[in-house]
Design a protein around this ligand. Structure first.
Ligand code: MRU
Length: 359
């Protein structure tokens, strides 16, 4: 299983235009950071891990557009490019973590020339790209252990190859289970208003010949009541220090339903989706999108133009409703605050050891 969603080719960012799926598989070639910003804003490229890599490549586009040798002005220019990319979408922390990583690199090479920094930035962005490919497969390996043949799985939005570089988080778990020879069924929630479940998840799963049934979001309760859902997997856009998790709007309702019906609810997300600077989900900025997305389906209007609309793109699931969080380092179980802290401390230690070895 592999769908190349985003890559760096011939000094430009090549992305699948996800607004065209499932009807057309088309690509956008972003040669300018403004084109990439627009692609992020209108969801041509989307999904938290893919947004992280897109942001890193965006910094590279901005860096390469700088033609002078003035290193001081270049540093200022990179800070402006990062701030600009940061205005595209507010919720997925992967985007901001990637920008901080790129910016950190510039700051830690105070005496480097413009050309040297450009080279370092390119290496860093490509490293993030490779890391995404690797960590998605690690999460897949850990998560697939939870899947047994014959199970009925529910998922929401699209946390698949299209939301990452090429493999997926929640769907990556399913791809790995399939690779291991397990047979299971997936209920994909269509995910109003922009239908990432219907358009993208259904497309991906069918390509992989996984038994898939599409449902409207408001059918999930009935399925659970009928005992037709054994396990839920969802992705994440930002996870607070206590495990509260922001994901596509509707995820919280599914978590409440799963809790009521005794169905385990798993989040699948890499460490780059954690925001350890915030104590709880109450601090997560939730993107509100244009009312036109709710007023109809695509170009077709279904509601009176003058009606008021509320369109938050994400909601926050309380950590108490989450069975465990599957990361590239394994499964994080409750108590989340303590166990998340532990995972990051171990990660920090192994990073220190790695950098000592490379000296
Ligand atoms: O608005 P989107 O399509 O970017 O929302 C995406 C999601 O909510 C995903 O579930 C999340 O980013 C995790 S993707 C692995």
């Amino acid at each position: 299983m592999s769908i190349p969603t985003i890559c760096w080719v011939d000094d430009c960012v090549k992305i699948i235009d996800q607004t065209k799926l499932p009807h057309k598989l088309e690509y956008i070639y972003c040669r300018d950071v403004r084109v990439l910003w627009k692609a992020i804003k209108n969801l041509s490229v989307r999904g938290a891990p893919a947004l992280g890599v897109a942001a890193a490549f965006g910094v590279l586009l901005g860096a390469n557009a700088f033609k002078s040798k003035d290193a001081e002005r270049f540093r200022k220019h990179i800070a402006e490019v990062c701030a600009y990319i940061g205005t595209s979408r507010p919720t997925a922390v992967n985007l901001f973590n990637a920008l901080a990583r790129m910016q950190g690199l510039v700051l830690s090479h105070a005496t480097a020339t413009v050309e040297e920094i450009k080279k370092l930035l390119q290496e860093e962005a490509l490293a993030m790209y490779e890391e995404d490919r690797r960590v998605c497969r690690m999460m897949g390996k850990f998560g697939a252990r939870l899947i047994k043949s014959g199970q009925r799985i529910m998922t929401v939005c699209n946390a698949g190859a299209l939301a990452t570089v090429d493999y997926g988080t929640a769907l990556g778990v399913m791809y790995r289970a399939k690779e291991e020879g397990k047979n299971f069924k997936v209920y994909a929630c269509e995910t109003r208003p922009l239908l990432q479940g219907a358009r993208l998840t259904a497309w991906e799963l069918l390509r992989e010949k996984i038994d898939t049934t599409l449902i409207c979001d408001n059918m999930a309760a009935t399925l659970m009541k009928q005992g037709k859902v054994d396990i839920l997997f969802a992705g994440a856009d930002r996870i607070a220090s206590n495990g509260d998790t922001a994901n596509k709007i509707g995820t919280y309702s599914l978590a409440v339903l799963a809790h009521f019906h005794g169905v385990p609810f798993y989040i699948v997300a890499p460490l780059s989706t954690f925001d350890r600077a915030i104590p709880t989900g109450a601090h997560i900025p939730i993107e509100e999108r244009n009312k036109t997305e709710v007023l109809g389906f695509g170009a077709q209007r279904t509601a009176p133009e003058s009606v008021d609309v509320y369109n938050p793109a994400f909601d926050v699931t309380d950590h108490k409703l989450i069975t465990a969080i599957i990361t590239e380092k394994g499964m994080i179980r409750p108590p989340f605050k303590k166990n998340i802290q532990k995972v990051f401390m171990l990660e920090q230690k192994s990073n220190v050891l790695r950098s000592r070895k490379s000296l």
